[in-house]
Design a protein around this ligand. Structure first.
Ligand SMILES: [Zn+2]
Length: 88
């Protein structure tokens, strides 16, 4: 039985084989998945994976409006739609 802190599913479990042939369980930090566009679902580019993995603010991200949330194609489309709807 692992120690109490390791019994929760907070940590990811990976099965390892040691050089001696034993199978042991290693506990690793869970990483969140690669960020995706909220509208089209494509993976977002320009975002530092260190930012995703550590969930810290440090690290490169996209500085345009809605950067890191929707992709550049969806933003361009949304801006065009907004301008057309407001002028009409
Ligand atoms: Zn998109």
């Amino acid at each position: 039985m692992p120690r109490p802190a390791l019994r929760s599913r907070k940590l990811r479990r990976t099965s390892m084989k040691t050089p001696g042939g034993r199978h042991v369980v290693h506990y690793e930090k869970r990483f969140s998945s690669k960020p995706r566009c909220a509208i089209c679902g494509r993976p977002l580019s320009g975002i530092d994976m260190a930012r995703v993995k550590t969930r810290h603010i440090a690290g490169l991200t996209v500085s345009r409006p809605y950067g890191g949330y929707i992709c550049h194609r969806c933003l361009a489309l949304g801006l065009r739609l907004a301008v057309r709807l407001s002028s009409a």
